[in-house]
Design a protein around this ligand. Structure first.
Ligand SMILES: Cc1ncc(COP(=O)(O)O)c(C=O)c1O
Length: 440
């Protein structure tokens, strides 16, 4: 039996998916699963939304896609206008791609091309953070601080400098809440100086860390502090919002919360809500200007970039989010949801932290609440919980390795933005049951 390239959280046998409706998916035996994590934080407007399906179908009836070197399309132009507007009119150019890794890959290449266009060919180096995930292509993997996923490819990855994760629950040795932001900004500055500012092109980070951290929002003041350091040394700031963006955290851009605009931003996942693969890289006018005047165009892109039916899906998903006020829904219901998850898990000593923003909630499990010591990696606790939840008809997203690359257990919840209150309660109750039964 083929497994579609995945090992399914250690599941022995993958269920065969049959269909979906709203917040639910069904397997071939009719078993119903509530999609508490939107798969991997993808399904922003739920499954099988008739309006999205109709928009894709209409587009396919006309044409599947127009090759980007020859044609533009109404779907692409409408999506571009929409994304520039909903992201706050702070970007000027959009490069489309097929997924999150490609969107990050394009972000890295745009940064390099920007400095090439300015004649600064030494600015080639990237700085990224430990406990981060940016994707599986070689460039995106190179800037990812995720030991288990890098190991097999070490030796062929780009030479990248890694600095500490910005995690208020797991601070670097000797840091306090009061000193954390200053410490992280100084560490980044030191890393730039050690490498030589004239060689550093960009700093890449996730505004809210996803799979590598278990939903870790940056501490207050962090983004302003690192942005000031980047500006001082002419280093571009790349925000990877593939998982946390496109509305997932209750603002369209996750960094709106921090009042910050990056130089380049990658998005995917919730953008077209999983209906057709779609990623995008948004670029400010300042970053784009030298590229366009020196080279005339961005030197990145793929055969299917800006695929017309994918853009039509993106337009339909974004229209639903705007029309139905789903950002407001994610903000307000998200706070209630997070409190409910925290409340339902508070009786378990092994639940060390519940955190997040909007419909992006992380649960961290620890062996000892006081010391925050993790379970041994070979216990496989988060995946055990994920399997038990799945058997009970709940899809959640278990992750491991957030403490030191091997140890650490977290569970991500990321329901569709239009999940009802009753559905959120079902997710909360089923997760508490899975955690309780696994720990017992
Ligand atoms: C923050 C972030 N960046 C990039 C990626 C890569 O996206 P994809 O798997 O669509 O290539 C992911 C995937 O989980 C992600 O969470």
């Amino acid at each position: 039996m083929t497994r579609g390239g995945g090992s399914g959280f250690g599941l022995q046998e993958l269920a065969r998916i049959s269909h979906g409706k709203g917040s639910y998916v069904f397997d071939e035996h009719g078993k119903r699963y509530i999609d508490g994590s939107g798969g991997p934080a993808v399904f922003s407007v739920g499954h099988c939304h008739p309006e999205v399906n109709a928009a894709i179908s209409r587009q396919l009836d006309e044409i599947a896609y127009g090759y980007r070197y020859l044609f533009t399309s109404s779907a692409l132009e409408e999506l571009t206008e929409t994304l520039l507007r909903v992201s706050g009119n702070c970007f000027k150019e959009i490069l489309y791609s097929g997924d999150g890794s490609e969107a990050v890959e394009s972000a890295l290449k745009v940064a390099l091309q920007h400095f090439a266009a300015r004649g600064l060919m030494n600015k080639r180096h990237f700085i990224a953070r430990r406990r981060s995930w940016h994707g599986n292509t070689l460039g995106a993997l190179s800037v990812s601080g995720f030991a288990a996923r890098r190991r097999a490819f070490e030796g062929s990855l780009l030479d990248v400098t890694f600095v500490s994760a910005a995690n208020a629950y797991r601070m670097p040795e000797g840091c306090s809440s009061a000193s954390l932001v200053g410490y992280l900004a100084a560490e980044l500055e030191q890393a730039i100086l050690a490498r030589g500012p004239e060689t550093v092109a960009a700093f890449v980070f996730e505004p809210i860390v996803g799979a590598a951290g278990g939903v870790v929002p940056a501490p207050a003041g962090y983004v302003a502090a690192i942005q000031a350091v980047c500006r001082k040394y002419d280093v571009l700031l790349i925000a990877d919002e593939v998982m946390c963006g496109s509305g997932r955290s209750g603002t369209w851009r996750a960094l709106e919360h921090d009042n910050a605009v990056p130089d380049i931003m990658s998005i995917a996942k919730g953008l077209a809500g999983g209906y057709i693969p779609l990623g995008a890289t948004l670029v400010t006018a300042q970053v784009a200007a030298p590229i366009l005047s020196e080279h005339g165009a961005f030197m990145t892109g793929h055969t299917f970039s800006g695929h017309t039916a994918a853009c039509a899906a993106g337009v339909a998903v974004q229209r639903i989010i705007e029309r139905d006020g789903l950002l407001e829904r994610v903000r307000t219901a998200g706070a209630v949801f997070q409190d409910a998850v925290r409340g339902s898990l508070s009786k378990f000593d092994e639940v060390g932290d519940v955190r997040g923003r909007g419909f992006f909630v992380g649960v961290e499990l620890v062996r000892d609440r006081a010391t925050r010591a993790p379970f041994a990696p070979d216990r496989g606790l988060s995946f055990d919980i994920g399997r038990r939840a799945f058997a009970d008809g709940l899809i959640c997203y278990p992750c491991s390795g957030n403490v030191d690359g091997a140890a650490g257990d977290t569970i991500i919840l990321a329901p569709p933005y239009n999940a009802s209150d009753a559905e959120l309660e079902e997710i909360t109750a089923k997760l508490a049951r899975a955690v309780g039964e696994t720990l017992a």
